[in-house]
Design a protein around this ligand. Sequence first.
Ligand code: SF4
Length: 365
Amino acid sequence: MKYLDEYRNPEKVKALLREIASITTQNWVIMEICGGQTHAFLHHGLDAMLPPQIELVHGPGCPVCVTPLEQIDKAIAIASRPDVIFTSYGDMLRVPGSTQDLFSVRAKGGDVRVVYSPLDAVGLAEANPDKEVVFFAIGFETTAPANAMAVLQAKNKNIKNFSVITSHVRVPPAMEAILGSKSNRVQAFLAAGHVCAVMGFHEYPSIAEKYHVPIVVTGFEPIDLLNGMVSAIKQLEAGESIAENQYQRAVKFGGNESAQNTIRSVFQSVDRKWRGIGVIPQSGWGLSPDFADFDAEIKFDVGDILTQESPLCIAGEILQGLKKPTGCPAFGKECTPQTPLGAPMVSAEGACAAYYKYHREVTHE
Ligand code: SF4
């Protein structure tokens, strides 16, 4: 625990909280992009220890939350076929589609399996040549290299019964969509350290300059998060807006070039719909034409799907920092982790699940 404990040291945490209180002179709205950071703030109670002038809002960096309903309904349609073994990370099984979730498909006899790596799904395809094996390839820049690697491996091994539904999303276009919105409230960002470990933060200086917002690359431990807050507040108070790296032990400006090359060898940049938010131009990765044989949407011809969101769910407003989970009228009533109406109540990185788990009060602002 040596290397973890030093980032959780209570005395250092208290000192950083005192520093934040001393440098904060006015109200600021700061968004942490990543759902993992949201959970870390709430898990350690740091959100409650910040000065009242600092409002934390929670960004769209929860991969399960932003996977569009169409993709979930397509996944459900494919997983319902008798010739398919459908594979996914566990969180996706409980995310509601228009009428059911992947767990319901499994309960009705569908072969839906949880895997811990896309390479496990490739292995299943090799072991089950009489079945079609499909992997639900969702996530941000962090999961894209492994998913690209799985497709490359299937191609190199000439495995014909493996395919993926892709729903990869990228952080920088989402930040620009939030900042460019007329209703934007975000004045500074804590950027997701693990995303930047892969992609670097070379895209951030121009965003910080264009929208006049500080962007601080931040890790996930209490001292990482509070150091990020200190940097962001110092910039806000000084009227500055630059991209800074407070996670230097993991993040380089250019990121991991080998991982980026793997992504680029399989995926191409595409417009992508984000659940609750809508289409953000060039915000996703889809399979490039060379890998069309591995595209489950083409293989199973699930292009036309009619979707129906729960009318009660305001996840889109939460993911853009416009409302808090406790501002949703369904929070803790119609919508709980046992009866989720939207993905943010299901996912381990979902803001609604974090507020429910850590007992944040219903405010209905
Ligand atoms: S509490 Fe439930 S219904 Fe409300 S926004 Fe969150 S997931 Fe949607």
